[in-house]
Design a binder for this molecule. Structure first.
Ligand code: SR1
Ligand code: MG
Length: 415
C-alpha cells in the first residue's frame, strides 16, 4: 500500500507550526496577523501529530492543528499509512458537527496538501479514559454520548438517507487501510499467537486457553465478517474512551479518522466495552470495596443509561420518520435488538484486543504492579468472552450488564 503525500507536504514541528498557523486566513478570527504565537506537540495517540497553538498575549485564543503522518507513529516508518485518513476525519467531523454540534469540535479548515485539520481546542476538557482511571464520575456522559451516537448513526443510515446519497456516502467514506488495522488488531491477531501481541507473561496461560477455544474463534470470525460487510451507517470507527473528551458539563467525540460505513454496534460496543474495561481495572485500581462498588455502579449505570438514551433518540431521529407499513414496530424492535447484540459482540472483541493485542490501554496496561495488572486483565478477558458468547441471549441492556458483572478474574490461572 502506497502512502501518497503531495510535494507540498512536510511534517510540522513545534517551531514550524507557528509560521503555518500565522499564515492561515481561516484562523484570523482567533489570531491577529503577525502576533506572537506559542505551540506544543501534545499527540499521545498512535497515529498523528497534534499541536496546540496559542496567542502569547491571550492563551484563551487557541486552536488544535492535527496533521497525519504518512506512517504509524506507534511503530514508525516501517508501517506506512495513507494520509487520506486526514480528509476522512475532517469530513466526518464536519458531518458530526451538523448532527451534534454540542459534542463535536468545530473544524476551521482542512489543508489537503498538508493533510492537516485546524479545529477547536478543547482546553477545558480531559480525555475520558484519564478521568475514569482517577475514579471521576461524569454525570452527563451517558446522555451526551447516547444522543451523539443516535444522531450520527441514525442520520447516516439507509433508514434516513435517500438511496443515492447513501451509496455516495459509502464511496466517500471508504477507508480500507484503517479498516485493515481494525480487522487485524481487533478481530485477527488477539486470537492467535503473533509477535505483535503485547500481553505480559503472567497472562500467558489464560491467553493460550482463550486462543485454543475454537468456539470463541467462530464468534470472533462472525463479528469480523459483520465489521467488513455490514455498511449500515457512518461509524466513528474508534470510539473508545480515549476518543472522548469530557468535563462535568460537556462531552465531545474526537478523532474519527477510522470512520467508515460499518455496523452501528461497532461504535456502541466501543463505548460500552471501554466502560467495562474501566470496570475491570477498578478491581485493583480502587482498593476500598465500598468506593469500588460505588464507582462501578456509576459505570454500569452509564452503560444502561447510554443505551436507553440511544434508543430514545434513535426513535426520534429515525423511527418517527420511517414508513410504518414497510418498517412495522416488530421490525424496529428487532433492529434495535440486533444493534445491542452487535454492540455486545464487537465491544467484547474490543475489550479482548486491548488486553492481548498490539495497542493496549492505560486503564489496564498502566497498572504498575504486575499481579494487580494480571487480575484486572484476567477479569476483562472473562468479561469479553462472556459478552461475545452470550450476545444472542441479550434482549435488554440489563442482561448485557448482568452477564459482564457476573464475571470474575481467573488469575492466577489453574490448568
Ligand atoms: C496501530 S493503531 C492502534 C490503535 O490505535 C487507534 O486508536 C485504534 O484503536 C487502533 O486500533
Ligand atoms: Mg485516535
Amino acid at each position: 500500500m502506497a502512502s501518497e503525500t503531495s510535494s507540498l507536504y512536510q511534517p510540522l514541528n513545534a517551531g514550524s507550526v507557528l509560521a503555518y498557523a500565522g499564515r492561515r486566513a481561516e484562523l484570523r478570527g482567533i489570531f491577529r496577523e503577525g502576533e506572537a504565537l506559542e505551540a506544543e506537540e501534545v499527540g499521545d495517540g498512535n497515529l498523528n501529530l497534534v499541536f496546540k497553538v496559542r496567542a502569547k498575549a491571550d492563551p484563551r485564543r487557541t486552536v488544535v492543528l492535527k496533521q497525519a503522518l504518512p506512517y504509524l507513529r506507534l511503530v514508525g516508518e516501517g508501517w506506512p499509512l495513507p494520509t487520506d485518513r486526514a480528509r476522512i476525519e475532517a469530513e466526518t467531523l464536519k458531518l458530526q458537527y451538523q448532527f451534534a454540534p454540542e459534542h463535536t469540535p468545530k473544524v476551521f479548515f482542512y489543508d489537503p496538501e498538508m493533510f492537516l485539520t485546524g479545529m477547536q481546542n478543547l482546553d477545558r476538557h480531559i480525555i475520558l479514559r484519564q478521568g475514569l482511571m482517577r475514579g471521576i464520575k461524569y454525570p452527563r456522559l451517558a446522555e451526551h454520548i447516547g444522543v451523539f451516537m443516535a444522531r450520527m448513526l441514525g442520520g447516516t443510515c439507509d433508514l434516513t438517507l435517500d438511496y443515492k446519497t447513501k451509496k455516495e456516502m459509502v464511496m466517500r467514506f471508504t477507508n480500507p487501510e484503517l479498516c485493515k488495522i481494525t480487522e487485524d488488531l481487533v478481530f485477527t491477531e488477539p486470537y492467535r499467537p503473533t509477535p505483535r501481541n503485547g500481553y505480559h507473561r503472567e497472562l500467558e496461560a489464560q491467553v493460550r486457553a482463550l486462543q485454543a477455544d475454537e468456539s470463541l474463534r467462530v464468534e470472533v470470525a462472525q463479528m469480523k465478517e459483520k465489521f467488513m460487510t455490514h455498511a449500515q451507517a457512518l461509524v466513528h470507527g474508534d470510539l473508545h474512551t480515549g476518543s472522548i473528551m469530557v468535563n462535568a458539563e460537556e462531552t465531545y467525540a474526537i478523532d474519527p479518522e477510522f470512520a467508515f460505513y460499518g455496523p452501528m454496534g461497532f461504535d456502541v460496543g466501543a463505548v460500552i466495552g471501554n466502560l467495562l474495561l474501566s470496570y475491570a481495572s477498578h478491581e485493583v485500581r480502587t482498593a476500598d470495596p465500598a468506593r469500588r462498588a460505588e464507582f462501578r455502579q456509576y459505570l454500569t449505570g452509564t452503560v444502561i443509561e447510554l443505551w436507553e438514551v440511544f434508543t430514545r433518540e434513535f426513535q426520534r431521529v429515525v423511527w418517527e420518520k420511517v414508513d410504518a407499513v414497510n418498517f412495522p414496530r416488530a421490525y424496529q424492535e428487532d433492529y434495535m435488538r440486533r444493534i445491542l447484540q452487535d454492540a455486545a459482540g464487537m465491544g467484547a472483541c474490543k475489550m479482548m484486543r486491548r488486553i492481548i493485542g498490539l495497542a493496549g490501554v492505560a486503564d489496564i496496561r498502566g497498572i504498575e504492579d504486575v499481579h494487580a495488572r494480571s487480575v484486572a486483565a484476567s477479569l476483562a478477558l472473562n468479561m469479553g468472552q462472556a459478552l461475545l458468547k452470550q450476545r444472542r441471549e441479550f434482549g435488554t441492556i440489563h442482561e448485557l450488564v448482568e452477564a459482564a458483572t457476573a464475571c470474575r478474574p481467573s488469575y492466577p490461572w489453574k490448568n
